[in-house]
Write a protein that binds this ligand. Structure first.
Ligand SMILES: Nc1nc2c(c(=O)[nH]1)N[C@H]1C(S)=C(S)[C@@H](COP(=O)(O)OP(=O)(O)OC[C@H]3O[C@@H](n4cnc5c(=O)[nH]c(N)nc54)[C@H](O)[C@@H]3O)O[C@H]1N2
Ligand SMILES: Nc1nc2c(c(=O)[nH]1)N[C@H]1C(S)=C(S)[C@@H](COP(=O)(O)OP(=O)(O)OC[C@H]3O[C@@H](n4cnc5c(=O)[nH]c(N)nc54)[C@H](O)[C@@H]3O)O[C@H]1N2
Ligand code: SF4
Ligand SMILES: [Mo]
Length: 684
């Protein structure tokens, strides 16, 4: 008798680690899921959340059949219908909407529930169909875009260094990142560096799990990191420790930027950041004498009004010290841009009319309620949960509640967003469909082979849109490409990093590292900017109406004195240890471990409000309010209140922190400003 089958796949969630996994299948059922021990980043371990993946797949609330709304929008009452009925209704509504309003009245809203290139957010699964329909384009602004833009102005790409090279650093600065919660596999590389004597610094307004493990923790006021970076450079230049040869050969605009640095002496930076001047000087001195220094920054610190400027300023530190040229030196953010996926071949944007408008996912409330040229009439929500994850929750809900809006949600579970759907289409989970992945916190591609057939009537995103194309009677052949064909097209760029990497090989091996040199020092020979140099001075930034030099752009609400008077606390709602965004927030065991929504306050701020640990409190501002349980702890700095993202509003008293967050664009790229939120808190 044949033994159990082992099928290699990859975790699809929006996590930098993109773990390689192995599914054990017995009698056609997935019985075990474990991390792949062969993968150099995964090293055999998944995480608290994904260890419950198979439990999630078999959960009683899983959506297994197409549904049609029978109650009011938001009520979540549905009746089962057949796929044919669902697709006929969708096709009919789309035809009428296109006739009356044009294709742009349709908005495919892709989220980050899966990052796959075939089924998920990276590949905009179904984009070809929406191109043919002339739908509005989707601006993917929810997560990392401000920082990506800031980095791209200075280094020509947002890709940064290989996170694995942190192991070679002698000083590691974990800046606005909480890897022990948000992608724990990085930690092994930090530990390797420590074994070689590296010193680890965490810069975070909150003493997180990660900050507790660091040798030094600095807790600046939220949104002030660019000022801190400029202050550290001021100390370095004051010591004469800048790398003059590097600056002359490899950078553009140093003379101008040096004047900018001079405007940020430690005393001024101490006032802006709320940090002791001596701490700024000491860290500047440490950077000045430690080669190589690696900065790991992720998305947390750029969720502010000046988020783009922050990453831009941080990237300048390793240019001033010449670290970008050294293995183990430089800055790491998202490695996405290192993967030369053939987006043109995959997306087929040539299928769409010359001009279509773009709608921003973090302004979904505005797009549904205020955009009028034409109004959004059909919304497809694909692997997203905007009723829980997007800013200004009450506005999003008002938008989703529009009677004349036709909403189709492709989902696995009855989320708050599903409650507003006209039609719900049951979606497969990762071990039930095929996909191609890259990890944005490492340099490995992965192929995810389906291990078991879809349960009930679930279908993958690609299969759903192939079926819909057929119901619409569309003849464009590329709408019917198989998942394997799509993967081959995605891998067809011919870029040297993909040399020797074929779909066949990925299928056999499960994962393959990009064909990059070892050690990988991506900018040893120069930067992919217009000048080929590191650009302190950026003509492209100036052309976009931005400061041509890196500078400090204050946060919106955190730095607003009028708001500070009415809502004195800055609220940070960061990654929860037990959920991945809103995924797993309906899992009973993980909900139990996460406990009720909590807000952490500094003892001084708590005492001033008569709040003690365990008190029920109301957290509010002009946009809304929520209830939470208070925890009093000096793990947050004075003036800051900390909570987590991810709770489903309907399982958490009707709202989550996004009821407090503004729908507002950061300085670059239109990114969301989740952590740039002012609130007041009172005991209930
Ligand atoms: N367990 C778990 N893992 C996750 C996620 C999750 O929800 N749960 N989410 C995933 C996703 S979508 C992403 S994008 C990544 C994000 O990964 P991270 O960037 O690590 O995520 P955050 O928790 O938002 O932010 C990290 C830290 O930044 C701090 N921070 C906030 N504002 C500032 C600031 O102005 N300055 C500084 N210096 N620090 C600041 C926060 O206090 C927080 O501790 O994580 C992914 N991994
Ligand atoms: N307050 C606050 N809010 C935040 C953040 C924050 O730091 N603070 N972080 C933001 C960030 S970084 C991000 S990335 C966004 C994430 O926001 P979203 O992109 O909306 O992601 P999720 O809320 O995780 O919802 C993803 C949904 O996709 C579904 N899903 C998963 N896999 C599949 C699949 O294969 N097919 C289909 N059809 N569905 C699938 C899941 O069941 C889940 O309901 O949230 C943002 N919201
Ligand atoms: S969520 Fe991150 S750490 Fe957990 S299994 Fe997925 S990729 Fe790995
Ligand atoms: Mo994200």
């Amino acid at each position: 008798m044949a033994g159990p089958l082992k099928v290699l796949g990859a975790c699809p969630l929006d996590c930098p680690d993109t773990c390689s996994w192995e599914v054990t299948v017995e009698d056609g059922r997935a019985v075990r899921l474990r991390g792949n021990p062969e993968h150099p980043f995964t090293r055999g371990a998944l995480c608290t959340k994904v260890n419950r993946w198979l439990e999630r797949a078999a959960a009683p609330d899983r959506i297994l059949h197409p549904l049609r709304r029978v109650g009011r929008k938001g009520e979540g009452r549905f009746a089962r219908i057949s796929w044919d009925e669902a697709l006929e209704e969708i096709a009919g509504r789309l035809r009428r909407i296109i006739d009356e309003h044009g294709g742009e009245a349709i908005w495919p809203y892709w989220g980050t529930g899966t990052l796959g290139w075939i089924q998920g957010g990276n590949g905009h699964a179904g984009r070809r169909l929406f191109n043919v329909l002339g739908a509005s384009r989707h601006h993917y602004s929810i997560c990392s875009i401000a920082g990506s833009h800031g980095l791209t102005y200075t280094t020509g790409t947002s890709a940064g260094i290989d996170p694995e090279s942190l192991a070679r650093a002698k000083l590691i600065i974990l800046w606005g990142t909480n890897p022990l919660t948000s992608g724990h596999h990085l930690w092994k590389f930090v530990q390797d560096a420590r074994k070689n004597g590296a010193y680890v610094v965490a810069i975070d307004p909150i003493r997180t799990r990660t900050a507790r493990q660091a040798d030094l923790h600095l807790a600046p006021l939220p949104g002030t990191d660019a000022a801190l970076a400029l202050g550290l450079m001021n100390v370095i230049v004051g010591l004469g420790a800048e790398d003059r040869a590097y600056l002359a050969a490899r950078t553009l605009g140093w003379e101008e930027f040096r004047e900018r640095i001079a405007q940020f002496p430690p005393q001024r930076v101490a006032r802006i950041t709320g940090l002791p001047e001596a701490d700024i000087v000491a860290l500047g001195e440490r950077i000045a004498r430690t080669r190589p220094t690696a900065i790991r920054a992720t998305m947390g610190l750029q969720r502010h009004g000046g988020g783009g400027a922050a990453l831009r300023a941080l990237a300048c530190l390793p240019a001033v010290t010449g670290d970008w040229a050294l293995p183990g030196g430089g800055l790491s953010y998202s490695t996405d841009d290192h993967y030369p996926i053939d987006r043109a071949a995959l997306f087929r944007d040539d299928l769409r009319p010359a001009r279509t408008r773009e709608l921003s996912m973090t302004r979904i409330g505005e797009a549904l309620l205020e955009v009028d040229d034409p109004p959004v009439q059909a919304l497809f929500v694909i692997a997203a949960n905007p009723a829980a994850s997007a800013p200004h929750q009450s506005k999003v809900r008002r938008g989703l509640a529009r009677e004349d809006l036709f909403t189709v949600v492709l989902e696995q579970f009855p989320t708050d967003t599903v409650d507003y759907a006209d039609i719900v289409l049951p979606a497969t989970m990762q071990h039930e469909h095929a996909d191609l992945h890259n990890g944005y916190g490492h340099l490995y591609l992965a192929w995810n082979e389906p291990a078991v057939p879809p349960p009930g009537e679930c279908a993958s995103t690609t299969e759903t849109f192939r079926r819909l194309a057929r119901h619409l009677g569309l003849e464009e052949p590329s709408l019917y490409a198989s998942d394997e064909e799509l993967a081959e097209q995605a891998l067809s760029s011919g870029h040297p990093y993909l040399e020797g990497i074929t779909l066949d090989r990925l299928r056999k091996e499960g994962f393959v590292r990009l064909s990059v040199p070892d050690p990988f020092v991506p900018f040893a020979e120069g930067f992919p900017t217009p000048s080929g140099k590191f650009e302190f001075f950026s003509r492209r930034a100036a052309a976009a109406g931005l400061d041509p030099l890196p500078g400090y752009v204050p946060p919106f609400e955190v730095a607003d004195p009028e708001r500070a008077r009415r809502h004195p606390l800055s609220l940070i709602s960061s990654a929860s240890h037990h959920f991945l965004n809103t995924v797993f927030a309906n899992n009973p065991e993980l909900r139990r471990r996460a406990g009720e929504p909590r807000v952490v306050l500094h003892p001084g701020d708590a005492a001033a409000r008569g709040i003690t640990t365990g008190c029920r409190v109301r957290v509010f501002n002009d946009r809304g309010s929520l209830e939470a349980v208070a925890e009093v702890s000096d793990s947050v700095r004075p003036g800051v209140a900390a909570t987590t993202k991810g709770h489903w509003p309907k399982l958490a008293g009707g709202a989550n922190p996004n009821v407090l967050v503004d729908e507002r664009d950061s300085d670059m790229g239109g990114g969301a400003v989740y952590h740039d939120t002012r609130v007041e808190i009172t005991a209930l």
